[in-house]
Design a protein around this ligand. Structure first.
Ligand code: NI
Length: 225
């Protein structure tokens, strides 16, 4: 299942981030990829040793931790440290696999259940640069407004098509979810959204309370924390 999470960054946050990202030191994107990825990856990343990078990734994490829709869809246990990439002048990242496990500064190791791309460039400002994800329902092409995020299963093959005009900048990260199984996570998200809609439409009721109890009991049953 893929999810579009709008408004992760406000217009002000986005503006500030765009300025800082332009001042950041960019290096060859192959610095952070395995052997398979290195053959098809051609882009740049912000140098993770720079002080500006530390501030930028912290801002992405803070925004995600405050976003209720992101929380409901991902049910995150561990977030990887966000990275930043840039594509311009025909740069591309061919179809590849994201590694199943990654080292994490606090958790030691984390499993990648979900991949997330936070778009930072206005989609009108560049051509190409679509994120293409293959899943069991076919091929999906994603290009979102700046400040919006797409969440997709890390188990899917995916690529970024060549950028033929302008510059595409994004932040990306991986998530280990409390709910490993995509189908269970999708059902919980569906239930959660319907409870929120019922509550907004009809206010608190015994039925809403009972459904909320069901949601938490399922989460208790299935979560690994
Ligand atoms: Ni990837």
């Amino acid at each position: 299942m893929m999810y579009h999470i709008p408004g992760v960054l406000t217009a002000d946050e986005l503006h500030q981030m765009a300025e800082d990202v332009n001042r950041a030191p960019w290096i060859d994107g192959r610095a952070t990829v395995g052997a398979q990825g290195a053959q098809v990856k051609n882009n740049q990343q912000i140098d993770t040793h720079s002080p500006l990078y530390a501030a930028l990734q912290g801002r992405v994490l803070r925004a995600l931790n405050q976003h209720s829709l992101f929380f409901a869809a991902a049910l995150p246990k561990t977030l990887s440290t966000p990275l930043f990439n840039r594509y311009q002048q025909q740069e591309t990242y061919g179809f590849h696999v994201d590694g199943a496990v990654r080292s994490h500064p606090q958790s030691g190791w984390m499993r990648t259940d979900l991949s997330a791309t936070l778009f930072l460039s206005d989609p009108e400002s560049y051509d190409g640069g679509e994120l293409v994800v293959n899943d069991t329902y076919g091929q999906h092409s994603v290009k979102l407004p700046a400040g919006d995020l797409v969440l997709y299963p890390s188990s899917s093959l995916h690529c970024v098509t060549p950028v033929t005009r302008g510059v595409r900048i994004a932040s990306f990260l991986w998530i280990q979810s409390m709910i490993r199984d995509d189908k269970r996570r999708a059902m919980l998200f569906d239930l959660d959204r319907n409870i929120q809609t019922l509550k907004a439409r009809h206010g608190e009721s015994e039925e809403v309370l009972s459904l909320l109890n069901l949601y938490h009991n399922l989460l208790r049953e299935w979560s690994e924390i």
